[in-house]
Design a protein around this ligand. Sequence first.
Ligand SMILES: Cc1cc2nc3c(=O)[nH]c(=O)nc-3n(C[C@H](O)[C@H](O)[C@H](O)COP(=O)(O)OP(=O)(O)OC[C@H]3O[C@@H](n4cnc5c(N)ncnc54)[C@H](O)[C@@H]3O)c2cc1C
Length: 406
Amino acid sequence: MKSSKVIIVGAGYGGLRAAELLARQTHLSILLIDKNPYHYMQTEVYGYIAGRFELSDIVIDLESFTRGLGDNVRFLQTTVTGINPQKRLVQTETESYKYDYAIIATGARTHFFPFIEGAREHTHGIKDLMRAFTFRQAFEERIMMRLQNKALKRAGDLQIAVAGAGLSGVEIAAEMAYSLKKLEKILSFSDKEITIYLIDAAPTVLPGMDPWLVETTQKRLETLGVQIKTNHPIRKIGDRTITFADNTELHFDFVIYTAGIKAADLIEKIDAPKNRLAQIIPDPWLRLPGNEQTFVIGDSAQITDKEGRPLPPTAQIAEKSAAYVAKTITQLENGAPITPLNTKSDGMFVALGGKYAAGILYNRIKTRGYTAWLLKKAITYIYRHGLDIRVNAGYAKRRCKTPSTI
Ligand SMILES: Cc1cc2nc3c(=O)[nH]c(=O)nc-3n(C[C@H](O)[C@H](O)[C@H](O)COP(=O)(O)OP(=O)(O)OC[C@H]3O[C@@H](n4cnc5c(N)ncnc54)[C@H](O)[C@@H]3O)c2cc1C
């Protein structure tokens, strides 16, 4: 059988799943490209910035991972600067690579809305590991200073604002509030000295999500002492002050920005129909319209259910779309007929600080508290365990210096 070349651009949740499934087709030669040498588990970043998880809990090494997948897979760390679907070329900073099939899986980035002046300059984002790391460092430094100054009786108030009360903002606010509660007895003179604000222009937290989940989340956040400021559109973010649309102000020490996402930069350069999140609107087989061998998955694409309703950009949907494309490429290789994507969300779990979560499964089962936390943990554990098996195998190969065959 001819060896077709598949290039996967982006080693996030979608890219890794596609690589793993396609690696089983040993006649395929697979090149996985990412600008970073690691896979960043964004879904766990709330625990990392609050100091509960370590770096090793949220990253995996891509070189070891790909080696662990098999000899038909190779990893290349570089930034992809363009894709030419007509010529079937992936352009990197230094070279171009020809493909039979490409899977664009570059995810999304933080979208600093142009109507919020100063957002980019004065906030910490979390879509990028380096930004999350910088925040954690700055925060830990501040806590340390506070501890020192407390001895000198001049510790001031500490105000943390989370701009954006979607899934990521809620998880971060809850986990930080939980961690700070544990530190309170050591750091504060009174309860009011460390405050976390969760801000959104929408009327509720988790805008657009299931009303039960919204209510459960709201109650838990209140229990943790998070100050919820919904219906509060932000106009400007300055050095230490947020100005709202009604000109009221809020002083802060740190702002974490989780208010919006937009498809990755590379997507802007690809000539294809896009939605308001700059995601590509693919054909029903997740291909660039008019191009049969270039697929797009995960947060870079607008993925819809069978009624045509857009599904939320989540790791779950990124993985499902990857599995679908891997199957489609296998069918195309075997000359078998292909069918359009037919998928839906299986549910959603929200981590709400400590060993507490809330979630909805298959649109029917609602669960909260420790049980929900256990279920969420189990999902993460299964995902991580699968990756670790590959990483360990690949790491052992690297130590034996087995060369890659492609
Ligand atoms: C705080 C937070 C909590 C979340 N919680 C959940 C949750 O509980 N459940 C859930 O399902 N989802 C959750 N999500 C959403 C989830 O993380 C994303 O939907 C998911 O990461 C999308 O996967 P992806 O493969 O499309 O892209 P990503 O995982 O973002 O991966 C994209 C990859 O492409 C690479 N890349 C980008 N541009 C280039 C380029 N030009 N060249 C080379 N490489 C490039 C990046 O380095 C990255 O590795 C959360 C997100 C955040 C931020």
